[in-house]
Every structure is written in C-alpha cells, then in structure tokens.
Design a protein around this ligand. Structure first.
Ligand SMILES: NC(=O)c1ccc[n+]([C@@H]2O[C@H](COP(=O)([O-])OP(=O)(O)OC[C@H]3O[C@@H](n4cnc5c(N)ncnc54)[C@H](O)[C@@H]3O)[C@@H](O)[C@H]2O)c1
Length: 282
C-alpha cells in the first residue's frame, strides 16, 4: 500500500497500535545501525561518534588527523559495537569516496551520517583573503555536501533509508559581537539551506536530513581562541543567557534523537544547542 493510500481509520489504528508498544528508549536505539561521522578525530565529532555507539550503532570515524583522540577499542568493548577509524580529507573527493566504499565493504551498509568536520576563521571581513576563505567553504560546505551525498548514495543502494545530521552553528543564525566570523557564518548559513533543500529532495528516498547548531562549546576550536584572548573567553562564558560555555556532552541528545526513529517524522529542521545566545542577550 502506498503511503498516500492510507485512510483515516488506518491511521487511527496504526496510532493506537504504536503509541504504547514503542517506549522512547526503544525509539532512540540505534542497534544494528552503521553511522559514519566526519571530523570524528576529536572535539564534537568524536563525542558524536561515541553517542551513536552508546545508542548501539557501529561507527566509522573519518578525520584528517593521523589518529583519534580516544581509544576506539574502549568503545567496542563498552557498547558491543564495531568502531573503525579512517584517515581522509573531506575536501579530497577521490579519497573521501574511497573511504565511503571502504566503510561499505567493512560494515556492509551505511544508515546514518554526521558531518562534523569543520574549520573556523575569526578575522575582520575587510582582511579576509581568497585562499583562506575558499578553504573554509571547501571544508565546511563542500566537505559536508559530498559526505552527505556519498552517505545518501550508500543508503539508496541498500534501500534502508537513513538519517543525515549536518553540524551547523549558531553563527548561521546570529552574529556575535566582538567575533568576526563572516566567511564561517556564510559557510554555516549554507549548511542550514542545504539541510532544508536535502530534506525535501531526499524524503521520497526515506532519507531524513536535519542539522544541529551548537553555540559556544568547549572544544579545541574555541578554547584555543579563548586561551589567547580574555575578552573572547568572557564572551563564551558570559554571553549566552545560560551564562556558561556548553559542553560536548550537551550536543549528544539532539544528534542522537535526530539519528533515531524517535525523530522518524522530523526532517529539514535545525536544533539550536546554544545556551540561548541566538535568542538574545540578558
Ligand atoms: N566548538 C564550537 O563551539 C562549535 C560551535 C558551532 C559549530 N561547531 C562546529 O562543530 C564542528 C566540530 O567542531 P569542533 O568544535 O569539534 O572543532 P575541532 O577543531 O575540535 O574538530 C574539528 C575536526 O574536524 C577535522 N577536520 C578539519 N578539516 C578537515 C578535513 N578537511 N577533512 C577531515 N576532517 C577535518 C579536524 O581534524 C577536527 O578533528 C565544526 O563543523 C564546527 O564548525 C563548533
């Protein structure tokens, strides 16, 4: 029966049959799934690979770094899943495509993809140069775009549908006084537009596409800047209405939710995890 042939009474019956049979814990499970995470060598990407593993998914971690910051055998042991690290640059398409082929070979299929590989640039708009700006766009936009495309192709191939979560940023939604993030914000604005576009284009293929926009989260990307400039640190600490910087653990719930069946009716959305900073300041 096509989805559109459902009658009202079919929907009533289906609703009555399902609302008690699946607990929210069942819905959040990723047992048997395979999740690819880019930028998973450290920072938010690494924690999101762990999130997928905690929910029962095997994980393929991809990053340009030689080795991941955590011991992956710990993940395999603690969560009874498979975890493998692949070294690749998301801006080298041939390399990236080879890694996705290798993941399919190693794990059999791909169900989920999280694109967390990203770079930041904080400098005045008037000083931006072409090469450094192109690098940001290449990693943040094209790297995410083609990682999502390779994941979607694998999902189509295996006819199991899937979920893609793009890591966007609060910078796509609001600018932060004293930080000069024009090209970075432009790249993350592109991710938000891409999310909505792909959600519509991929829906008939049963692939959901969403994004998560972190605010200031304590990773090397932001702590490097904060350790060099007290004003920047004060902004991370005092800027958000919740009056603190976020922790990587605080991104886990939103991404785990979007990957899972708990979000089966959610596509084309963005979850802000930003301590309220894009809503305004106290
Ligand atoms: N930390 C924050 O406050 C914050 C806020 C909003 C959005 N984000 C986004 O979250 C994502 C992760 O950031 P993070 O804070 O963990 O930063 P991070 O620098 O700690 O991690 C980024 C990871 O991406 C990898 N990477 C960079 N270029 C790559 C490439 N060409 N190919 C493959 N991997 C590459 C890096 O090696 C690194 O492991 C980024 O997309 C970033 O824009 C972070």
């Amino acid at each position: 029966m096509s989805r559109n042939a459902l009658s009202v009474s079919d929907v009533v019956a289906r609703d009555a049959a399902t609302y008690k049979s699946s607990t929210v814990f069942d819905l959040l499970s990723l047992k048997g799934k395979v999740t690819v995470v880019t930028g998973a060598g450290r920072g938010i990407g690494l924690v999101l690979a762990r999130t997928a593993a905690e929910l029962g998914s095997s994980v393929a971690l991809l990053d340009v770094l030689p080795t991941p910051a955590d011991d992956l055998s710990e993940l395999e042991r603690d969560f009874d899943i498979r975890a493998k690290y692949y070294r690749a640059d998301v801006t080298e398409f041939t390399q990236l495509a080879e890694v996705f082929d290798q993941v399919k070979h190693d794990f059999g299929h791909i169900d989920n993809c999280i694109t967390a590989a990203g770079l930041v640039l904080d400098k005045p708009f008037l000083d931006h140069e072409w090469e450094e700006s192109a690098r940001i766009m290449n990693v943040n936009v094209l790297g995410s775009f083609f990682s999502a495309q390779l994941a979607a192709k694998a999902m189509v191939e295996h006819k199991r549908g899937g979920s893609i979560v793009l890591i966007c940023s609060g910078a796509a939604h609001a600018s932060t006084p004293s930080r000069r993030m024009s090209i970075y914000s432009a790249s993350k604005g592109a991710i938000w537009s891409l999310t909505k576009n792909l959600a519509v284009e991929m829906a008939p293929l049963n692939i959901r596409v969403n994004c998560v926009s972190p605010g200031f989260i304590a990773t090397e990307m932001v702590l490097d800047a904060a350790s060099k400039d007290e004003k920047i640190w004060e902004q991370f600490r005092d800027g958000p209405p919740l009056k603190r910087i976020g922790l990587r653990s605080e991104i886990k719930g939103s991404v785990g939710y979007l990957l899972s069946e708990a979000a089966a009716f959610t596509t084309g959305t963005d979850i802000l995890v930003d301590g309220g900073i894009t809503s305004g300041r106290i």
